[in-house]
Write a protein that binds this ligand. Structure first.
Ligand code: ATP
Length: 309
């Protein structure tokens, strides 16, 4: 089986009547890094909590490693490591004991060599005898990851692993995630930082108002949905866009030395050939042209707007 998680028509309505998940379908492939990207309140935490068996689904099904998260909770949960959004550690426990204890909670036998490997991997070995209260915020987040890995899960969920952390620590987290993937762990992370999804994910799911708007390979998503910009460098400066070119909505940039044309790569026709012909007819000489892909950020904002409409 290539999919480690299978979610079918998952719905969740909270007690007050609020529908937080509106029929989510999602298959998560073994060994991939999937980023669930969405604005505040989109339903990301609800989705993760339901997969991890912390929140009950209203209807639909979630299988982890083929085990139903409701009826076969223990078997499913054994395969899952969860790094929660909030830091919820026992302040006066030693780092090593905290991590070893988590393993015990899953009924796994003691394994000091494994705990050492995890602590080393997360650069926590030097701090193994420190109490949690003595650690920096970044180290505490690493301890959360170490705890989540202590029972050797196959799939690791990170709920906003870099919310409120500084740029350096964010980069550290990305490195850790990349290393874990190398070791074969499947990783699902939620984020509202587009650059985070762009930097580390293999696939990106966009979630908004309880709906999964799409899930796609990062590269494909950018290629399929992206708008592109064509910059046309001019031999002679223009003071205004000539009237004959008005239909192209060109922008005059670089102090009149270049024209910028935005086109949709999804369109059947980009209009480029015609534009270049019309430029020549207007007597405009080009010195260079470049294209530029729009960022994931622009794609995302466009999608969420469409989803809300
Ligand atoms: N226990 C609850 N009872 C009622 N409504 C809830 C509960 N938990 C979450 N919600 C609502 O469900 C919606 C989705 O919340 P959720 O925490 O899943 O979003 P999120 O995408 O993780 O947001 P954020 O990025 O802010 O963490 C929100 O409107 C939230 O207010």
């Amino acid at each position: 089986m290539d999919n480690i998680v299978e979610i079918r028509d998952l719905r969740k309505t909270y007690a007050g009547g609020f529908e937080a998940l509106k029929g989510v379908n999602l298959s998560i492939k073994k060994g991939e890094i999937l980023a669930l990207l969405g604005p505040n309140g989109a339903g990301k935490t609800t989705l993760i909590s339901t997969i991890c068996g912390i929140t009950n689904p209203g209807s639909g099904s979630v299988l982890v490693g083929g085990h139903d998260v409701v009826t076969q909770y223990r078997d499913a949960r054994r395969l899952i490591g969860l790094v929660p959004q909030e830091i919820n550690l026992e302040p006066f426990s030693k780092v090593k004991d905290t991590v070893a204890f988590s393993r015990g909670l899953f009924g796994k036998p003691r394994n000091p060599a494994l705990i050492e490997r995890i602590l080393r991997q997360l650069s926590l070995w030097e701090k193994r005898d420190a109490r949690v209260v003595e650690l920096s915020g970044g180290m505490k987040r690493r301890v959360l990851i170490a705890k989540a890995l202590s029972h050797e899960p196959e799939v690791l969920f990170l709920d906003e692993p870099t919310a409120g952390v500084d740029v350096e620590l964010r980069k550290d987290m990305w490195d850790i995630v990349a290393e874990l993937k190398e070791l074969g762990t499947t990783i699902i992370l939620t984020t509202h930082y587009i650059e985070e999804a762009e930097a580390i994910a293999d696939r990106i799911g966009v979630i908004s108002s309880g709906q999964l708007l799409l899930v796609e390979e990062k590269a494909e998503l950018m290629a399929r949905l992206g708008q592109k910009r064509l910059q046309i460098d001019l031999q002679d400066k223009l003071s205004a866009v000539p009237d004959v070119l008005v239909e192209y909505n060109l922008e005059l940039v670089e102090d009149g030395q270049a024209l910028r044309y935005t086109y949709d790569t999804r369109g059947e026709r980009t209009g480029i050939t015609r534009l270049l012909g019309d430029l020549a007819s207007a007597g405009i000489t080009l010195t260079d042209i470049q294209t530029e892909q729009s960022s994931l950020e622009e794609i995302f904002v466009g999608l969420v707007k469409e989803g809300a409409a």
